[in-house]
Design a protein around this ligand. Sequence first.
Ligand code: BG6
Length: 474
Amino acid sequence: MTINTFPENFLWGGAIAANQTEGAWNIDGRGLSNIDLIPHGPDRQSIKLGYKKAKMSDNEYYPSHTGIDFYHRYKEDIALLAEMGLKVFRTSISWSRIYPNGDETIPNQAGIDYYTDLFKTCKAHNMELLVTLAHFDIPMGIVEQYNGWKHRATIDLYVKFAETCFECFGDYVNYWIPFNEINVVLHSPFSGGGLYFDDTENREEILYQAAHYMLVASASAVESCHRITPKAKIGCMIAGGSFYPYSCNPEDVWQSMNDERTNTFFVDVQAKGKYPYYMDAFFKSKGIHVDISEKDKDILKQTVDFVAFSYYASRTSIADISRVEKNEGNIIVSAKNPYLKMSDWGWVIDPLGLRITMNQIYERFEKPLFVVENGLGAKDVIEADGTIQDDYRIDYMEQHFQAMYDGIQDGVPLLGYISWGVIDLVSASTGEMSKRYGMIFVDKDDTGDGTLARKKKKSFDWYKQVIQQNGVEI
Ligand code: BG6
């Protein structure tokens, strides 16, 4: 047996996010957040995408209100993750726990105390922290007053929140990410940016304007982080996954290049400090006007220390998508790739795509990379003897680890790998619990029933061993 060993100090980790786990949506002073208004039912997609205005209703079930009750169970959960041997834990901070309405001058002390204790608990277990400031999360106060990231005023409110976090949690956190999957605002505007639209508005213009304000806010956060907590590193993050041309028809190749740019332009700005040359032509071709001031351009010069991405799937681009079957899994619609299998939720499974994505991103930006999300959403079954034999998950992860190892051999500097939903949590796309990523099972179903008890799956011990030996067996 040979072991493909990863670099010394490679950060093996597990991720969750506040909006999908904490619950406790209305206690200890927490304000209402956009996630609290996204129901599980049939309206979920139209609300997430900003087509339908969210209103709280007694007839709906809102999975985030209870999550997996991480807010009350974090000590037990962190102890389990420590037993698994995690070197790094990724979570996010609920913005409305710190600034309930978004525009207060003084933060909510109960929120600060909660995260201080959570982070201290992780440190006591020798875990590094990678913290996302906003993971599909914005106070409804800001949504109502400014339509979320549509308005420039949101930048200052975000920077105040970011600076509070750097000041209060800087002693514990060594890795920060300003926004989870910043590019997702283009695809899921209400969950990604608190945006609503009415029929008379130019949707695309608003999306790119919001993206711009988020980019300025992110660059300001980079400056604040470097100033307030200089020992920490701060990165950017996109929902990654390369776009393959469907065929060698140059039209498809050109389409794939343009599709790729809608993702990587975010990193171009955050890692290179300015808008890339092709965006001007793009805005002109679409008739989009984006308010970009000279001061903004100056702020954008603050560049990140590393580039993080989630990787679940590659995409496939074709000039005329009406000619082929579509793949609508995983937010960004593309053509169905005939060479690849899919998960039960239609997400393409492409381990080699991880090596390809790593190489393409590094070639373009030459900054250390961090895989901060990856995993398989699958239905788990509890066997008669009480065990959960999730070999499909182990197989998925093993193949991705091999691809990641190969990418490192190619010369790509990779800081670590963080497995998504290391403990079962609410699915961001569907609101289900039955779409499980975890190596720790949580007893809760899609309607909110269950004891919330935690249970190790077979993958728990397998991942523990990978971490212990710092590599995968081949
Ligand atoms: C990423 C998000 O896009 O994918 C997570 O950052 C999300 O919040 C994850 O949960 C998996 O997606 P889903 O829809 O299966 O939960």
